[in-house]
Structure formats: C-alpha cells, structure tokens
Design a protein around this ligand. Structure first.
Ligand SMILES: C=C(O[C@@H]1C=C(C(=O)O)C=C[C@H]1O)C(=O)O
Length: 363
C-alpha cells in the first residue's frame, strides 16, 4: 500500500469512530435533559431546582480516570469529559459564573477548568463583587483565589466568609506559570507591571534579570498586560491567556521562582453539596482568648484521626487581639465520624460557622 492508501484507510476508520462518538454524546445529552425533567418533577413548590451537582460531576470524573487505560492520559481523558459534561449541563441550565476578573486572569482559567467552557463567565473587579454577584442571584456560582503555594493566603477571600452566607461547593487548583510579556525588544523595557502576588512570585528572577527596572503593582495581571500593550517601554508579568488577549509576546517564559507554583481557588454558591465520597470541609471557629484555645479546637481532630489540610488565623474584627481560625479538613459534614466531631467543636467554640463540604479537586 502507498502512504496515501494507508492514511486513507485509517482516516476512514477515524470518520466512522467519530460518527459513533457523536451519536453517543448526543445520547448522553438526551439523558441529561431527562435528568433535568426528573429534578424539576421532584422539586418542592417554592424551592428552586438545583441542576448543577458538584458531587456527581466529581464522581463521574474520578470513574473516568480510574478506568482509563490509555493511550490518552487519565487527566487528558478527564478534561475531554469535563467539556462533555459542561455542554450537557448547559442543556439543563446555562450557568453564569462570576470570577475575579478582568478577562485573562488565572481565576478565569480556574473557572473554566472547573466548569468547562459551556458556562458564561462574568469578570468582577474585586473578590467582594464576586460574593455580591452570587448572593444577589445575578450569578449561579463564584470563583475566588484562596491560597498560593509561594505567597500564602488570600486574606480578602477568607475575610469575605465572615460576613457572607455563601457556601463553598468546590475547589480547583491551577499550576501558575508567569511569563514576561511585551510588544517591544526586551532590552528596552523600563517598567514591569503585575499583580503584587505575581511580582513576589518572580522576585528572584526579576532581581537577576531586571535588577534596575521599576516594578509596579496593579490590580490584576490582566490589567498589567493591558497597560503593557499600550505604553511604550512597559512589560507585564502575566499568563499566556493574557498574552493572547492583548497581543503581547512572551519574551521570557515560566519565570516564577518556584517551579511548582500552584494556586487554589474556591467555588462558592448558595446550596450545600452532598457527599461525593472523597470530600473536604471548611469551618470558621472563634475561640476564647485564653491559653490553649487553639489546642482545644484542634485536639478532637487529632483524637479522631481526621486530617487537617489547612489552618489559617485571622484577627477577628470584633475585639482587639481575638482571632478566628479557618480550618480545612478531610471528610464531609454528613460523614458518620464527622457529625459528632463538628458538634463537639461547635459546643466548645465562641463562634462557629460551617463554610461548606465539597469534593476534593479532581483535575
Ligand atoms: C446529568 C446531571 O446533571 C448535571 C450534569 C452532569 C453530567 O453531565 O454528567 C452531572 C451532574 C450535574 O451537574 C446529573 O445530575 O446527573
């Protein structure tokens, strides 16, 4: 056989397989539409139907990864199905997701990684605005950054939970790569714009490569890219998405000081999420201002062998030198061993707030 004949035969096979995949995807989509009808049928009058089910989506993705045999990698396969589910859910109900914008931010990337591309994303100018959009019902869900592996916690996000009644219904992590973007030759750069966190994440690289160039902190990396596209002599530290959006060239790629630089984002919404079988819970606890206060809050976790995944301390706004603790641990509020544990902590604390139980990030 000639090359053309061999390729022709294989491409015929691919066409036939595509036809089957397409039919099956539409069959799946029809099932999702029926799921929507069932959800509507059993919804109590006065309640609003909840179409998006984070725990079910996490379970679907975990099953896909567990049974995958290649040659496509587990994560690549899960990403494909992430998009299929996103389109199926959009047939049930098109979602609006508020995120910390503007367009081109890492938070937007996180929103698309979590929900897939069939949602409509609404960029907000602050974390408080993301919370407001979801509280008012203008957006179904919100996405906000909460911690970075190099720079630590995003305090605005934690503080927002003190006042807000929104619940955490998911988490998503993103490997953060920073690039130096400009439209000029890199030698003529006189100013570098970026968000303060990104400037900090690239501090050593900047000290070595641009020691005498002014670093200017702006509201977001996307805003930095916008300025770099308009001002002569300006460069930005931002993402590939921002480079595309503002037609800038990445003159130096992956300039972050820590190669495993990762940011964790939270998904916030109005409804509680059911157990997916592999979950995390976040709580806020204020304890008495006395010796051993934190110890007494944490002791039950140790005793019951429940793993803490994070603990943050923030000053409470209600009194000088009193604190609230943000605690993340493994398990769901409805798990048999978590129910009594939470009751005990609640009974010991001056103030206690359950912020949500949600599936551990799958992708
Ligand atoms: C189909 C459903 O609704 C939505 C779509 C899903 C899917 O496409 O698999 C999964 C969960 C929900 O977000 C469902 O609840 O099963």
């Amino acid at each position: 056989m000639s090359e053309a004949e061999e390729l022709g035969a294989l491409r015929d096979q691919i066409d036939a397989i595509d036809q089957q995949i397409q039919q099956l995807i539409n069959e799946r989509a029809r099932c999702a539409q029926q799921v929507a009808e069932v959800k509507q049928k059993y919804c109590s009058p006065g309640d609003s139907v909840v179409f998006y089910r984070p725990e079910r989506e996490a379970q679907v993705l975990r099953k896909i990864m567990a049974r995958n045999q290649g040659p496509l990698g587990d994560e690549s396969m899960a990403r494909l199905f992430r998009e299929v589910m996103s389109q199926c859910l959009a047939l049930e109900e098109p979602l609006t997701v508020a995120y910390l914008g503007p367009e081109g931010t890492f938070t937007q990337q996180a929103a698309l990684k979590h929900f897939g591309h069939a949602v409509s994303c609404a960029g907000q100018i602050s974390i408080a605005d993301v919370f407001r959009e979801v509280e008012s019902g203008a957006a179904h869900f919100g996405v906000v950054p909460v911690e970075n592996s190099t720079e630590g916690v995003v305090t605005h996000t934690l503080d927002s939970f003190v006042e807000s009644n929104l619940l955490i219904c998911g988490e998503v992590t993103l490997r953060i790569h920073h690039h130096l973007l400009t439209s000029e030759p890199s030698a003529s750069v006189t100013r570098i714009y970026s968000h303060a966190q990104s400037l900090a994440q690239c501090r050593l690289w900047l000290d070595q490569n641009y020691p005498n160039v002014e670093r200017i902190a702006v509201a977001s990396n996307a805003e930095a890219a916008r300025r770099a596209s308009q001002e002569p002599g300006a460069a930005a530290i931002a993402s590939e998405a921002a480079a595309e959006l503002y037609a800038l060239k990445p003159v130096h790629a992956n300039i972050e000081d820590q190669p495993d630089n990762t940011t964790r984002f939270l998904i916030v919404g109005q409804q509680p999420t059911q157990s997916s079988g592999d979950d995390k819970t976040s709580i806020l606890v204020a304890s008495r201002n006395e010796p051993g206060a934190l110890y007494h809050v944490l002791e039950p976790f140790h005793r019951d062998g429940v793993s803490l995944t994070r603990i943050e301390t923030r000053p409470s706004r209600s009194g000088t030198w009193s604190y609230v603790f943000f605690i993340d641990f493994e398990g769901h509020r409805d798990d048999e061993r978590i129910v009594p544990l939470l009751a005990e902590i609640q009974s010991k604390a001056v103030d206690f707030k359950w912020l949500g139980s949600y599936p551990k990030a799958v992708l």
